[in-house]
Design a protein around this ligand. Structure first.
Ligand code: MOS
Length: 739
């Protein structure tokens, strides 16, 4: 039968042309007659109350229509109980203009509405605010000395096993260190924006930058007490989000409030500075303690984390448990405490918890390898586990051993001299480091509708987003494969809350979910076609069972005898119909018997200028095991992007707060450093074979996040190998090497 010609191919993005020509429209680019522009005023203090807010001067600016504050905004729900269970991620998202309380610096406190954006922004500078200032704390290192509480389920650490403290105390070789990751911000290229169209009947059509249109719709209906049929949320393209768009962000609430207040269409776009008042990767201090036998097997793992959250929400992810999952070790213990600071609530950022926790674990493993006088890769192999150590169960598939092997070979790990400072090229010290990466392979209930027309065209719809990961493309490939059509005979509709149900696009779960969802609905289409095909006079498929036919080249074909076929157009014509429409919801049964994870082995070469301390990441090889790869091109792009971000995490990224003011000092992408082209050199991505018959029918695992995991550790370990200096506080800036 059809070889899998579309699935697994290196297909360029089907939306690539629209994106590079500007035809793809983003949230701030949708227009409406008489559109009003909103500009946000944000707080200058970190904690306290608004005593008085004087908007009179702003209102006198020509072109200003209104200024909304907590005193005159339209009604908002005073309790979020009604919707919080439905809004992802869990919690009680901050509601702008809700009351007079200031919870963090740069909190939105007013929305100026004007005829054009320049006027709105100018008038926003004329809003006068009098505060009652309260003492704030924004410093994790200070807050850590306070009595701290653990977070709550479902992100509590796993159960401890064995007797970790005793085993650590008795271990032949011990390593114990603290690792620090600062607050980091997502900095997607597209600014958060919402254009709310106030329709004639009072309904709202909302173009929003988000990772989940139905999530935003539910949230707005809860906050604004509106009916679902009166709120439609649309987001066909997203210019990067990386987790910052999982939660509904405040621009959409503000734009909707403005539209409801004025009964007109309103657009709100955040400034780059205001993007730093949204969520962030929480800063964290992690203590990792490893006890080992001299032969390189682990006796004890203890991982203790303190992470930042806001005063108003206990946001956290399960950081510490990654340590006990990965390697064979009989004794493990975890502690996770929350430091509540006067900041906005953190949020998910690419591979939340793993990017940070695995950094600490894998840097600690490197230090243990040094203490053991063992090759770091050899240490990983001696601790290799075929089972999820936390839950003592096998994996649905785990080809990490092959990642180590192929990655090491492609990188040339064998040529590494284990002695720090032993390899150099002129004035450059050369360092080679490696680390393991691990992430979850999740999948979520999802609905897909397919309309197949007699001319052999399919329209596939689902409310999922494509946050830039390539969802349009892989959906096209899977549908073309399953329906036996060329790629250009498939149209994808997504990013609209009126489409079939989808979770937010995050957690690397959409590729697996929507692909298998397309399979389910395609089978329903096939069954309906077969029913029609059997009715064709002298049908060659009269006695062929559904599972024995497939769609190929516009025909329904017997898999056993390809000469027995009925074309789509003949089947429909005889049935007297022009189109078949089917919608199915696909659920993924809970498989408690297996762990489901993706893995990677990351190898990095750094070159450190001995006199200046300048660090260059010359080469990275990332060997990834992520099930069956849907599209080798878009998949490799995801991993390359993750590696680039890992370079940023290791060497550049840090949100700097002036704790006197509780305010971000580098709220712009000039002073918040991210890797530029000059920082990124040779990156090689390898996908190892990882057949998985257990996880889902297509054997797919997502890979949007695994690419960043382990990268910062591999680079930090390479810096140690180059210089003999162990920097445990990220980012590794040159001053830390010279000091
Ligand atoms: Mo991702 S941090 O789940 O968008």
């Amino acid at each position: 039968m059809t070889a899998h010609s579309h699935i697994g191919a290196s297909v360029s993005r089907v939306d690539g042309h629209a994106k590079v020509t500007g035809a793809a429209k983003y949230a701030a680019e949708f227009d409406a007659d008489g559109l009003i522009y909103g500009s946000i005023v944000t707080s200058t203090i970190a904690k306290g109350r608004i005593l008085r807010i004087d908007v009179s001067e702003a209102l006198r600016v020509q072109g200003v229509i209104d200024v909304l504050t907590h005193e005159n905004r339209p009604k908002m729900a005073d309790s979020d109980e009604a919707y919080k269970d439905d809004t992802a991620p869990d919690g009680s998202p901050f509601r702008p203009l809700y009351d007079d309380r200031i919870r963090f610096s740069d909190q939105p406190i007013a929305l100026v509405l004007a005829d054009d954006s320049e006027t709105a922004r100018f008038a926003a500078s004329r809003v006068r605010v009098e505060y009652k200032d309260e003492a704030h704390v924004t410093d994790l290192h200070r807050a850590r000395t306070f009595p701290l509480k653990p977070g709550a389920t479902p992100f509590s650490p796993p159960e401890p096993r064995g007797a970790a403290e005793q085993a650590f105390a008795a271990a032949e070789v011990r390593h114990s260190s603290e690792y620090y990751v600062p607050i980091e911000h997502h900095n997607p290229m597209e600014l958060f924006a919402a254009t709310v169209i106030f329709e004639k009947d009072g309904k709202l059509t909302i173009y929003d930058k988000t990772q989940g249109v139905q999530n935003v719709q539910r949230y707005l209906c809860g906050v604004l007490e509106m009916k679902p049929e009166d709120v439609r949320v649309v987001s066909p393209f997203v210019g990067g989000a990386f987790g910052s768009g999982l939660r509904p962000q405040y621009q959409v609430v503000l734009a909707a409030l403005g539209a409801l207040a004025l009964k007109r269409s309103v657009r709100v776009v955040l400034t780059r500075q205001q993007m730093y008042g949204l969520g962030y990767r929480p800063a964290m201090i992690q203590k990792v303690e490893l006890g080992a036998k001299a032969g390189g097997t682990l006796d004890a793992i203890m991982h203790d984390a303190v992470t930042v959250t806001s005063q108003h929400e206990a946001f956290h992810r399960q950081e510490t448990g990654w340590s006990g999952l990965l390697y064979t070790c009989p004794n493990a213990k975890y502690i996770h405490k929350l430091a509540r600071l006067d900041l906005s609530t953190p949020c998910d950022m690419r591979a939340p918890s793993a990017a940070t926790a695995v950094y600490a674990l894998e840097a600690a493993m490197d230090e243990l390898a040094v203490a053991l006088r063992l090759d770091p890769l050899e240490l990983r192999l001696r601790c290799y586990s075929e089972r999820d150590q936390n839950d003592n169960r096998p994996y649905s598939s785990k080809a990490l051993r092959e990642c180590y092997r192929q990655g090491a070979e492609a990188f040339g790990w064998g040529a590494r001299n284990p002695q720090p400072r032993s390899m150099r090229d002129g004035t450059d010290l050369i360092g080679l480091g490696m680390a393991t990466g691990v992430w979850e392979a999740l999948q979520m209930r999802i609905a897909v509708r397919i309309v197949l027309t007699a001319n052999g065209h399919a329209e596939v719809s689902c409310a999922t987003s494509d946050i830039g990961t390539g969802t349009y493309t892989i959906m096209t490939q899977v549908a073309a494969e399953m329906l036996g059509l060329p790629l250009d005979a498939v149209t994808i509709k997504l990013g609209d809350s009126t489409l079939p149900q989808s979770p937010v696009e995050g957690g690397s779960w959409i590729a697996a979910s929507v692909s298998n969802g397309i399979v389910t609905t395609s089978y329903a289409i096939r069954d309906e076609l077969l029913r029609l095909a059997r009715q064709v006079p002298n049908s060659p498929l009269a006695d062929v069972a559904a599972q024995d036919v497939a769609l190929s080249d516009g025909k329904l074909v017997s898999k056993r005898d390809v000469s027995r076929a009925v074309s789509i157009s003949d089947a429909m014509r005889h049935g007297g119909i022009e189109r078949i429409e089917q919608e199915r919801t696909t659920s993924f049964p809970r498989d408690e018997a297996h762990a489901h994870n993706t893995h990677s082995a990351v190898f990095a070469e750094v070159r450190v200028d001995e006199q200046l301390g300048v660090i260059r990441v010359a080469r990275v090889v990332s060997a990834v095991a992520a099930g069956r790869i849907l599209n080798t091109k878009t998949a490799a792009s995801q991993i390359i992007g993750g590696v680039v971000w890992g370079i940023g995490m290791a060497l550049h990224e840090e949100t700097v707060i002036d704790h006197n003011f509780g305010r971000v000092m580098n709220a712009n992408i000039a002073e918040y450093h991210v890797p530029t082209n000059a920082d990124v050199h040779d990156i090689k991505v390898i996908f190892v074979d990882e057949p998985d018959d257990i996880i889902n029918p297509l054997g797919i695992k997502g890979l949007g996040e695994i690419g960043i995991v382990g990268v910062a550790a591999a680079i930090a370990n390479a810096v140690y190998h180059a210089t003999g200096i162990r920097v445990r506080d990220l980012p590794i800036t040159l001053d830390k090497l010279l000091g």
